[in-house]
Design a protein around this ligand. Structure first.
Ligand code: ADP
Length: 633
């Protein structure tokens, strides 16, 4: 057997969440996300433009300060070459005796004082210091072998010796400028001047300027922040470290990289650097960001870097970002509020429209119903009119039928009436002839007896015609009648047949007043008793029972005979007009129909029973006249 998969399919989980709920669930986080996103974008844009403005301003600053550094350095450039002109120096180089040395020492001491340099000294071509401005000091260079110094090596070859380094004797950093002293195109010695550039640093610090100068090795030689001094701005491989250590340029100073926390290159010579904060107030994890602008210093392989703090700019950008986020939140809030209001208005409008629609529908329906009702009212009126007409026609036809029935009954009875009247007439002729003869003979007693008999006969004849006339007369629907009188009248009308049959009549009824016209009641009874007489034609001992009883304000009379009864096939047709089983001209088939109509017209009923003992019983039920109204019998 195949199963319908649909029968066992689980009902889908409650995925059908209302769209409104989805909106409520997702819109707030979405707005928050957009706020954060837009705030971040605002921050970045503001930062970008801020940095652009800052770098434009910084460009001028960079130029200014770089020129200052350049002029500070170039100030001493030509000083060593001046010694070439000094005869005592060339004399010393030619003849390095004590006298010449002292002369040059004194000269150099004076020159050094005037030029505010750190030291000025003269070396022979082997790199040994022959005379120096600091000859008086304990750590004087006098006699030292400085041939390993790069500036000496360059100068002795006729190249300009430029060198920043830490003094191997004093351990003091300085800028060394060396010049090969020539005579007749031949280098006979080297003049060196050592200057301190710390004045620049002090100037930067006073001006609250953050800057540094890095040398050809990328080592910071001058810095407004002492912590950055002698740090490398470039990555230091072990080989480079080894080379620099061997050159003793930085003496034994440990060289490290200047490791920014973050570095972002913006353009050639422009980048952002983030360093850990090193102020006293700074907490762990605090950092300082700078816009670093770098420019090469002319006549040297050095670079000057200007650092502009980004703290204020970042704060400003953060404010801008917050402003954007708040503005967006405000716009979003206004949009949501506007949308909600729009929805409320739309709902109200829809409700109003629905109400109007329902109203107009109701009105339409009422109009339709009213029209329907009016139409059905008209139809009802028409029907009532038609019914009334039909009733009228029916009543008329009924009257006609009653009349026709009566006439038919008269026709039927005419033979017996004629027989009934002929007999007394014949008797009257005989009696009247006899009476004449008795009078002629003077037999007055016999004559008067005959005359009395004649009288009786005439009375009988009068009664017959009277009842016939009463039967033929049109009746009244709202009449009253006496049951006893009606039964007597009916039996009288049928008197001859009753007598012929030797009918035994059992009377067991009350003489009640019934609400039916007397003539009509008699007519019904004549019909019923007449039919009973017909049915009992071949009955040797014909009997008729007239039994009455009271039923719910009405009176019921049962007219029962012991005749031949009614065939079952004929029973259902009894009250149909013109249904008859009587042969020839004997039956019209109107008697029961008329009788039932007359009973019904008087709010009564005529029914039939078929007793098991044989015969037929017709049951006539008629309303009674209330006893107060009943006329005394
Ligand atoms: P009609 O007497 O002219 O035939 P009715 O309407 O009076 O018309 O009677 C219809 C028929 O009902 C009769 O022909 C007869 O067959 C039957 N009928 C009426 N009354 C009796 C009765 N008491 N016993 C047997 N049959 C009857």
């Amino acid at each position: 057997m195949k199963c319908d998969p649909n029968l066992y399919r689980a009902t889908p989980p409650s995925l059908a969440v209302k769209p409104r709920l989805i909106r409520q669930l997702f819109v707030p986080p979405l707005i928050v996300l957009l706020m954060i996103g837009l705030g971040y974008v605002g921050y970045r844009v503001s930062e970008h433009y801020g940095i652009r403005t800052l770098s434009e301003n910084g460009e001028r600053q960079l130029e200014l300060h770089a020129r200052t550094v350049e002029s500070e350095i170039s100030k001493y450039t030509y000083l060593p070459s001046l010694l070439e002109l000094e005869s005592s120096v060339s004399a010393l180089l030619k003849e390095p005796d004590a006298e010449h040395r002292q002369t040059v020492n004194d000269y150099l001491e004076g020159l050094n004082r005037r030029s505010r340099s750190r030291a000025i000294y003269v070396l022979d071509t082997t790199g040994r210091v022959l005379a120096t401005s600091n000859w008086r000091d304990a750590d004087s260079y006098l006699g030292e072998d400085l041939s390993f110094r790069a500036y000496f090596q360059d100068a002795v070859r006729g190249l300009p010796g430029r060198f920043y380094g830490i003094g191997s004797t004093s351990g003091e950093p300085g800028y060394y400028l060396a010049h090969g002293l020539e005579e007749h195109g031949k280098i006979i010695g080297v003049a060196v001047i050592k200057v301190r550039l710390e004045a620049l640093e002090e100037r930067w610090q006073r001006a609250r300027l953050e800057a540094f100068v890095s040398d050809e090795n990328g080592i910071i030689i001058l810095s407004s922040d002492p912590a950055r001094r002698l740090k490398s701005v470039r990555p230091l491989t072990p080989e480079i470290k080894e080379r620099l250590a061997r050159s003793l340029q930085y003496y034994w100073w440990p060289l490290n990289e200047l490791q920014p926390l973050a570095r972002e290159r913006l353009a050639e010579g422009v980048e952002t650097l983030t360093f850990p904060a090193n102020t006293e107030l700074a907490k762990d994890g605090d950092s300082v960001s700078y816009l670093a602008q770098t420019r090469r210093l002319s006549d040297t392989p050095w670079h000057f870097t200007l650092l502009t703090p980004l703290q204020d700019l970042r704060r400003e950008a953060a404010n801008q970002g917050i402003l954007v986020a708040v503005a967006f939140a405000l716009v979003a809030f206004l949009l949501i509020a506007w949308n909600e209001r729009r929805k409320v208005i739309a709902t109200r409008l829809a409700a109003r429209e629905a109400l109007q629609e329902a109203n107009s529908q109701l009105e339409r329906r009422i109009a339709e119903r009213t029209a329907d009702l009016r139409a059905s009212n008209e139809r009802l009126k028409d029907q009532i009119r038609e019914r009334r007409q039909a009733e009228e026609t029916l009543r008329h036809a009924q009257d006609e039928l009653v009349q026709a029935g009566k006439l038919a009954a008269i026709g039927q009875m005419s033979t017996s009436i004629a027989h009934e009247l002929n007999q007394p007439l014949a008797a009257l002729r005989t009696l009247s002839g006899n009476t004449v003869r008795f009078l002629e003979r003077g037999e007055l007693d016999t004559a008067s007896t005959n005359l009395r008999t004649i009288n009786d006969l005439i009375d009988r004849m009068g009664r017959i015609t009277a009842s016939l006339r009463a039967f033929a007369r049109r009746g009244d629907d709202k009449g009253e009648s006496s049951l006893g009188k009606a039964i007597d009248a009916a039996l009288q009308v049928l008197g001859s047949r009753v007598e012929t049959l030797h009918l035994e009549v059992h009377r067991d009824f009350d003489d009640v007043q019934l609400a039916i016209d007397q003539t009509r009641l008699e007519q019904i009874l004549v019909n019923l008793i007449g039919n009973a007489l017909d049915a009992m034609q071949s009955q040797p001992l014909p009997e008729l029972w007239l039994e009455g009883d009271f039923v719910e304000g009405k009176y019921r009379l049962r007219v029962r005979d012991n005749g031949h009864g009614i065939e079952p096939a004929a029973r259902k047709h009894l009250f149909e007009p013109f249904f008859t089983t009587k042969p020839g001209e004997q039956g019209l088939g109107l008697g029961l129909t008329l009788s039932a109509s007359l009973a019904a017209a008087a709010s009564g009923h005529l029914g039939v029973e078929h007793p098991g003992s044989g015969g037929t019983a017709f049951v006539l039920t008629l309303p009674r006249v209330p006893p107060a109204k009943a006329e005394p019998i």
